[in-house]
Design a protein around this ligand. Sequence first.
Ligand code: HPA
Ligand code: ZN
Length: 317
Amino acid sequence: MSAMHKFIQALPKAELHLHLEGSMEPETLVEIDPALSLGEAQRMYRYADFAGFLASYVWAVRKLTEPKHYALIARRLLERLHQQNVLYAEITLSAGVILWRQQNLAEIYQALREEAAKSPVQVYWVFDSVRQFGVELAQTVAERAVEYAGDGVVAFGIGGDEEKGPAKWFHEVFAFTKRNGLRAVPHAGETVGPQSVWDALDLGADRIGHGIAAAQDEALMRHLRNANIPLEICISSNVCTGVVPSLRDHPVRRLYDAGVPIVLNSDDPPMFQTTLNGEYEIAARHFGFTENELRGLAANSFRYAFRYRQYPVPSNL
Ligand code: HPA
Ligand code: ZN
């Protein structure tokens, strides 16, 4: 283990942008669907572009047909987070896909809560809907999220395709969730330009999923800095889905140097052949983040967590 690897492993961390259904290892997919070969599962985790990724994500989610499948993938995920010294996680559940498939969200969420209660990782949940599936589904997800607001759900989000599901559709949905005490975490500025981030801010975003397009807009970077709204940065995700042409082109350093608050995250780790520690390591090796800067980013992961105040911020940060 290199010294940098050891340093990152030892850092206490929080994970704030992580999709439960995108966290399945190919081996777990095969366990859930024995008709699938490991090679097939691994091939499904390679894509040429963002549309290819979304298609694979939906393909993987469709393998989950029972609450016990959700419990299994949560258990595996929480084990891996604990191994990486992740103390706290806000995990996104694609509740929109569950409801769209007419599955029993109450049973699934109950199974997830039971798994989370057994883990040493402190877990909260973000319910998200899929932009291009429209506003009606989003409103239904929002209502279910509010129903569980006292029971582990801390935020509502939208993911999927920014181009096919513009923010303006979702104003009333976010107004409803915010009125009911949930925080707002839309994905935005991932595949579309800075206007999409401005539009997400109009929704009342408390954090932005990705938001890397902000690097193209000085006024937007200034605004994020002054309003103290962080971007949930997922470097490997952006490279694997082709939304940045190559690792070198990723704006993480530019955003950081402009004073934009950022947090490092893994998004859908096995789908992008990464881990949270791997993301910190990429920041160090490819973008020159020093140990002090990495410590600051780990501190950010607690600072921008919605419930971190209930726990002491780790003293070595
Ligand atoms: N962006 C959009 N949709 C998604 C993502 C993402 O990062 N992960 C899972 N669904
Ligand atoms: Zn995401």
